[in-house]
Design a protein around this ligand. Structure first.
Ligand code: 13P
Length: 251
């Protein structure tokens, strides 16, 4: 059972050509990653079928960046969890800071999406993180714990047994600023302690990823921290070479 996850969130960057090139490169290199490492890619929705096909005989797992909280029906433009499942998706991001801030996704909506993903037998990757202003006001732990608690209140703490958490400080996303390993570890430990206060076994087994400008240069020290179980990578996941270099750091 892999204990480290290296997840690539492509965001709104892809084409059929780029998808083919990137997945060919990752397929060629994935066997050289440490044995305990699971690689997951999150392409934009229109490329899921192409990715599913290209990952048929691969150890790389497919994820999706977003999902509707609704099961089916008259919701023009939305995509349901069962549709994602139909295309071989195993992990779905919920609550990414770009969805929260640019598309006004509330804690309640994020919790509903989290539950929709689990209802379709997939694993939600719950993204949480503070803004720079919140960090400067010393609100980091209160903010991330409240984001986790909103899901626990809706779904129950046991639901976290089949979920992944990704701590992504908003100020570190796409900025080139990475939380220091000590800063990240402190938040990860606090999240785990918050969950442990409600269910220690669930907390112990919970995979908590770090995201925010992770690169080949920063990954090794981040991944060496006791409570960091991998990374959610944006920009550096768009090239096979840089994403594989991050995977190599996941020992
Ligand atoms: P960057 O790695 O580009 O900072 O993006 C992080 C992220 O938002 C992954 O979900």
């Amino acid at each position: 059972m892999p204990t480290m996850m290296v997840a690539g969130n492509w965001k709104m960057n892809a084409s059929t050509t780029a998808t083919a090139e990137l997945l060919e490169g990752l397929n060629a290199g994935v066997a050289s990653l440490p044995k305990n490492t699971q690689m997951v890619v999150f392409p934009p929705l229109p490329y899921l079928a192409q990715a599913q096909q290209m990952l048929q005989n691969s150890s790389i797992v497919l994820g999706a960046q977003n999902v509707s909280e609704q099961a089916k029906g008259a919701f023009t433009g939305e995509v349901s969890a069962s549709m994602l499942q139909d295309f071989g998706v195993r992990y779905v991001l919920v609550g990414h800071s770009e969805r929260r801030s640019l598309y006004a996704e509330s804690d309640a909506l994020v919790a509903a999406k989290f539950q929709a993903v689990q209802a379709a037998d997939m694993v939600p990757v719950l993204c949480i993180g503070e803004t720079l202003g919140q960090r400067e006001q010393d609100e980091t732990l209160a903010v991330v714990n409240a984001q986790v608690q909103a899901v626990i209140d809706a779904a129950g703490v046991d639901a976290l047994a089949c979920a992944v958490v990704a701590y992504e400080p908003v100020w570190a996303i796409g900025t080139g600023l990475t939380a220091s390993p000590e800063q990240a570890q402190a938040v990860h430990a606090a999240i785990r302690a918050h969950v442990a206060s409600q269910n220690s076994a669930v907390a112990e087994g919970l995979q908590i990823l770090y995201g925010g400008s992770v690169s080949g240069a920063t990954a090794e020290e981040l991944f060496a921290q006791a409570d960091i179980d991998g990374g959610l990578v944006g920009g550096a996941s768009l090239s096979a070479q840089s994403f594989l270099a991050i995977g190599q750091a996941a020992k």
